[in-house]
Design a protein around this ligand. Sequence first.
Ligand SMILES: *Cc1c(COP(=O)(O)O)cnc(C)c1O
Length: 217
Amino acid sequence: MRACAVAGRSADAVTLLAVSKTWPVADIAACAAAGQHHFGESYVQEALEKVTALPELNWHFIGPLQSNKTRPIAESMAWVHSLDRFKIAQRLSEQRPAHLPALNVCLQVNVSGEASKSGCTPEQTLELAAAVAALPRLRLRGLMTIPQPTTDPVAQRQPFVQLRTLLERINHDLGLSLDTLSMGMSDDLEAAIAEGATLVRVGTAIFGRRPTSAAGL
Ligand SMILES: *Cc1c(COP(=O)(O)O)cnc(C)c1O
């Protein structure tokens, strides 16, 4: 909320996604009881266990997704932020049950160009967006990125500017009205909100540091 005030943006313009990976169901239930509605998970098996335990919450899948794991994700999630290939999108659309609303999706873009990171390249994004937008059981909402970490607040803003510019270009060139910029985590959410984030994915700053057995996750 303070970051919104600093950026001159209204607090309800930014959705807080509580990233609950590695934390037990009891902690998530307590957070939900305090008024939090949206929760993010990165690992398929763990995500499915938590959705089963707390089906009334809004669940977002934010981790890497392989094609042999798409069905349970299509059957249980409200959102997928980490879409970066058409093949996965096609499967999710085919497997989304008819009784559920279309699955909200964001394309993950590797704006920093790190070889180790998942995400499509900025150059691929327009074409992928056009293809995904045409799938009947997906609702393309916007773009997501996980930039290379840096503590320099000025440098932090640069990948977020790139993602926002890319979203504007997609909307302009394809005549879409995508409304979601999923960017900003515990250590760079102020920079992301200053550059137009509509959803920040925050784990550590809500739940505390993840257990060391999960280091690197
Ligand atoms: C773990 C994770 C987060 C949360 O990171 P924190 O630094 O703990 O806030 C956000 N987004 C993704 C994709 C993650 O995997």
